[in-house]
Ligand binder design. Structure first.
Ligand code: FE2
Ligand code: FE2
Length: 186
C-alpha cells in the first residue's frame, strides 16, 4: 500500500497520540463498534489496562490502536475489516506484565510464546473464526517462523510493528523532553 508523505506523517502523529484512546473516540465510529463491541465491553479485554506494553502505553491502548489502524487500512483496501478489527484487539491478550514475567516464571521467551498464550485466552472468552485465530497466532512473524495465511494477517503485523515502534519512540521523546530536563534542573 502506498502512502504519501503527508499520510505517513499523519499516521505517526495518530499513533503517538494517546488522547483519542483515552477519550474513547473510537466508540463514536459505529461501524467499527458493530464489529468489536462484545470484545471492548468484556471485563477480560478491559483488564489489559492493568498491563503495560510499549513505553507507557497499556496493552489495552496498544491493542485498540492496532485494531483501529488495521480496520482503517482494510476498509480503504476493500478487505475484510471486521476480522482484522477483532483479531487486532485480541492479538496481545496474554494477560501478564511481560516486564516481570521472566523473573516471576523463569519463562524467557515472551516474544515467541505470547501469540499462543493470547490465542488460548482469546478462544476461552470469544467465538473466533479460523482466520482470526491465525492472525493472532502468527502476528509476530518473522520472529516466529510461520507467516499468517491472509493479507489481513499481514495488515495486523504491519499495524503492530508500526504502533509498537511509535509508542516506544514517543516514550523516549517524552523522557528526553521532560524527564531529562527535570533531572538536569534538580
Ligand atoms: Fe504481540
Ligand atoms: Fe502488539
Amino acid at each position: 500500500m502506498h502512502l504519501t508523505r503527508e499520510e505517513k506523517e499523519e499516521a505517526i502523529r495518530w499513533a503517538e497520540d494517546p488522547s483519542w484512546v483515552e477519550r474513547e473516540d473510537y466508540c463514536e465510529d459505529t461501524d467499527y463498534m458493530d464489529c468489536v463491541r462484545d470484545i471492548i465491553d468484556s471485563p477480560v479485554f478491559q483488564s489489559m489496562d492493568n498491563y503495560m506494553q510499549h513505553g507507557d502505553t497499556s496493552c489495552k491502548a496498544h491493542c485498540i490502536k492496532v485494531s483501529y489502524m488495521g480496520y482503517c487500512i482494510c476498509r480503504k483496501m476493500g478487505w475484510d475489516y471486521a476480522e482484522v478489527a477483532r483479531a487486532g484487539l485480541l492479538h496481545d491478550l496474554f494477560l501478564y506484565d511481560w516486564h516481570t514475567h521472566a523473573k516471576e516464571t523463569g519463562e524467557h521467551f515472551h516474544g515467541f510464546t505470547h501469540p499462543r498464550t493470547a490465542l488460548n485466552n482469546a478462544v476461552k472468552y470469544f467465538d473466533l473464526t479460523e482466520k482470526e485465530k491465525d492472525m493472532i497466532l502468527r502476528h509476530m512473524w518473522p520472529l516466529t517462523p510461520i507467516p499468517p495465511k491472509s493479507r489481513e494477517g499481514m495488515v495486523i503485523i504491519y499495524s503492530d510493528k508500526f504502533c509498537g515502534l511509535i509508542e516506544t519512540m514517543a516514550r523516549i521523546k517524552r523522557w528526553i523532553l521532560f524527564g531529562f530536563g527535570k533531572k538536569s534542573a534538580a
